[in-house]
Design a protein around this ligand. Sequence first.
Ligand SMILES: CC(=O)SCCNC(=O)CCNC(=O)[C@H](O)C(C)(C)COP(=O)(O)OP(=O)(O)OC[C@H]1O[C@@H](n2cnc3c(N)ncnc32)[C@H](O)[C@@H]1OP(=O)(O)O
Length: 164
Amino acid sequence: MTSEVSKKTTDESRSTMMQLIFPSDTNYHGTMFGGKVMEYMDKIAAITSMRHARGPVVTASTDSLDFVAPIKVGDMIDVEAFVTWTRKSSMEIYVKVQTEHVYTGERKTAVTAFFTFVALDEHGKPTPVPGIIPQNDEEQALHLSAPDRYELRMQRKQDRQKSH
Ligand SMILES: CC(=O)SCCNC(=O)CCNC(=O)[C@H](O)C(C)(C)COP(=O)(O)OP(=O)(O)OC[C@H]1O[C@@H](n2cnc3c(N)ncnc32)[C@H](O)[C@@H]1OP(=O)(O)O
């Protein structure tokens, strides 16, 4: 969709955020509130897409959030996001939350999700973004599988429109 010259590498927009989990971030099981994790994920995804587009963006959709392992009080979390794929005005962003044990340094993936952001022009209309050049094997794999996820989103959109 975009020419080679207007492509950017994932490293140009990749963003990370570290947080230390306090009791006020958790539920009565002593594990982190899902909504609080989602807030961090949405924020880092927005930052990543704005860095890639270098302009305003809106969240168009969020695929399922997969909670793989609990996040506990005292854990450090590393929330990382990068652009996996772009179409015309839309960008797919992968967000991964990893816990890091403060004393041992052991890391585990806790939550993952795909977000789609759309870049807007000064009139609030969708506007083209640069393409993306994946940097490592994980990024390359997610780049190649992105068109299939896009098709599923468009199918979901059609189903929703039919039900209205
Ligand atoms: C940062 C924030 O928190 S923003 C707050 C939450 N988000 C919002 O309020 C956004 C509300 N939604 C909107 O404004 C609109 O639905 C928009 C801008 C996302 C899309 O508008 P549309 O009228 O559908 O625009 P259009 O059909 O031209 O599509 C524009 C792009 O959005 C993509 N898109 C639209 N709907 C979806 C969807 N549900 N999932 C994924 N991508 C979508 C299209 O595929 C298209 O991508 P492309 O240009 O790369 O081909």
